[in-house]
Design a protein around this ligand. Structure first.
Ligand code: ADP
Ligand code: MG
Length: 460
């Protein structure tokens, strides 16, 4: 089989990053892309990793915490890693491919101060009701969103609380509401904010002593949509802010739509008042898509990409990639990249190779407790030790490996992993992951540990 390395050999790091950006823009949506990926610049290669420079540590941490796997998914298989550097890059990176990437001038790093998102919502025009494929798992949520888009405020549906796991269409539906209203009621003030953007703007408004203006702007919405509420919910200050805004809006008869990865009742750290507010309208769940819906979505997307994919390949993907629609799209993008960029034959055999890592779904479903158990046993340490603050080398290494595996094998966020392993913060987790990634290259004992543990994890 031809490998990507051959085909990328004539491309610079910058070209590869441009290709990745293109994929990310279409897979993550323009708003998120603009907010988090556009500020990143490719600084080159350091031998094995694509080096991205970020204007601030905040952006670096956020992107690493939220989008790293997405970025990695879009990279050619030969480039296994991505590194983030903050600020201007001084050292020239080493080339990884035959064309000397290091001859590229290092990009100027943009100044975060210039990067001023306004409250005007960036809506992805591709996310429409027309492009949302409806099946039994999402039809009620889609119908509710449509009602809101048609009638603006729907009493029984206010607030509408959309609950679904990652990649099941929450963001798509909210953008669809905004897109439709922009057409039919351009006079309405529709505000859509991702949690990232909400937090970002909230923090900035505090910094600039403009929190009053920020509040006013939010409260001037006719329809306010807040995406990925789970990122806001745990934070006391923003939670209060949101609750006030929420009350003000609902009291004045404005529509609120909130998306979240869990039910209001599943939050540990929100106030009772907030919980009951969130549940006071309609709480709807989008369930994982069944086979028919997955196949239909693949067909629709393949048609939109203008690519002919044999039915059996689509059926293969729909039957094997079951976790969420985003992964399904990721798989389709791989097929697209291989077929279009490298002109490889689109067959089930080839597709199996291209999406092999996405098929390791069993590993993805391991829980933190399984990982902890395996690591404790493997490193012969106690449970107390792994949760402790001990810096004993053996214990610290075991904890780092556990955090690394948790990131690889579960859908948990960095803060969640940190919290589980003894209340560490997300930067500790990030440091641990980076350390293990380095050791995985330089240290054969760690390589062996990872190999053994990954094998065991797969058979969990
Ligand atoms: P979430 O916000 O729930 O994590 P998204 O709305 O971002 O998920 O969806 C992930 C990707 O899957 C998006 O590109 C979206 O367009 C696509 N998607 C999800 N559900 C559907 C659907 N029913 N029909 C078409 N595309 C979908
Ligand atoms: Mg989303």
């Amino acid at each position: 089989m031809k490998s990507f390395a051959l085909n990328y050999a004539n491309h610079s790091a910058k070209d590869i990053w441009a290709f990745v950006c293109k994929q990310l823009r279409s897979s993550m949506g323009a708003a998120t892309y603009r907010c988090w990926i556009a500020p990143l610049k490719c600084a080159g290669f350091d031998g094995s990793a694509l080096v991205l420079s970020c204007p601030t540590k905040f952006i670096a941490d956020w992107v690493e915490g939220h989008y790293l796997s997405k970025i990695k998914d879009s990279l050619p298989t030969e480039i296994s890693d991505v590194k983030f550097v903050v600020g201007k890059v001084v050292a020239q990176a080493e080339p990884v491919v035959s064309e000397p990437v290091s001859s590229e001038p290092v990009q100027q790093v943009i100044d975060f101060g210039d990067y001023q998102p306004t409250i005007s919502s960036k809506i992805d025009s591709r996310y429409k009701f027309e492009s949302f494929v409806v099946g039994s798992s999402n039809q009620i949520a889609a119908a509710a969103a449509k009602r809101i888009a048609e009638s603006k405020v729907v009493p029984g549906l206010n607030p509408l609380f959309l609950h679904a796991g990652v990649g099941l269409g929450k963001t798509h539906l909210m953008h669809a509401v905004a897109n439709q209203l922009a057409q039919t009621h351009p006079e309405l003030n529709v505000i859509y904010l991702s949690a990232e953007k909400f937090l970002h703007m909230f923090i900035r408004s505090l910094r600039d002593k403009k929190s009053l203006e920020f509040k006013e702007e939010l409260r001037a919405a006719d329809i306010l949509m807040i995406d990925d509420f789970q990122f806001i919910a745990g934070k006391e200050s923003t939670q209060d802010e949101f609750l006030h805004t929420f009350n003000a809006l609902v009291d004045s008869g404005k529509q609120l739509v909130v998306s979240c990865d869990r039910f209001p009742s599943d939050f540990e750290n929100i106030s009772e008042r907030m919980r009951s507010r969130l549940s006071s309208g309609l709480v709807l769940e989008i369930e994982p898509a069944d086979y028919e819906l997955r196949l239909e979505i693949l067909k629709t997307k393949a048609a939109a990409m203008d690519i002919q994919i044999p039915e059996e390949v689509l059926e293969f993907l729909a039957s094997k990639i079951t976790s969420n629609i985003r992964e399904l799209e990721g798989a389709l993008n791989r097929v697209f990249a291989r077929a279009v960029l490298v002109s490889e034959e689109i067959s089930v055999e080839n597709a199996k190779l291209w999406v092999a890592d996405l098929l390791k779904i069993k590993v993805k479903q391991a829980g933190l407790a399984e990982i902890k158990n395996l690591v404790v046993e493997h490193f012969e340490i106690s449970e107390q030790q792994i949760f402790s603050k001990s810096r004993l080398q053996k214990v610290a290494r075991a904890r780092q490996v556990a955090m690394y595996l948790a990131r690889q094998a579960t859908e948990k966020s960095l803060p969640e992993i940190g919290k589980y392993f003894g209340g560490k913060d997300h930067t500790t987790v990030m440091h641990a992951i980076r350390r293990v990634e380095e050791l995985a290259i330089s240290d054969s004992a760690t390589q062996n540990d990872l190999e053994v543990l990954t094998k065991k994890l797969k058979s969990c």
